[in-house]
Design a binder for this molecule. Structure first.
Ligand code: SF4
Length: 97
């Protein structure tokens, strides 16, 4: 019997997402984010959904969110002005692990 070790990215790719195109479950105030010096969201999101654009501003897309809540906890300057779980039937369906 052989055991196959899967990488984290491969495991995550097994999940299914039903994206709610009409209602974002996480909303940022870009003005607050632009003044935030630490930007912990860039480091803590396990799905790496927070990035810096070419102007140095936070770029974020809630599609692909794992609904872990880490960004909500770590957003010390309250740039995240809305964080809630996606509406029923939307969001992630974990497929493995
Ligand atoms: S809830 Fe988790 S996966 Fe979703 S954006 Fe925040 S840190 Fe990333």
């Amino acid at each position: 019997m052989s055991i196959r070790i899967m990488e984290a990215a491969e495991l995550l790719s097994l999940n299914k997402f039903n994206i709610d195109e009409e209602q974002a479950h996480i909303v940022l105030d870009k003005e607050i984010c632009s003044r935030c010096q630490d930007k912990p969201c860039l480091l803590v999101c396990p799905a790496a959904l927070y990035r810096l654009d070419k102007n140095g501003d936070i770029s974020f897309d809630y599609a692909g969110c794992l609904e872990c809540g880490t960004c909500r906890v770590m957003c010390i300057n309250r740039g995240i002005i809305k964080w809630e779980y996606p509406r029923g039937t939307f969001g992630i369906s974990y497929r493995y692990g």
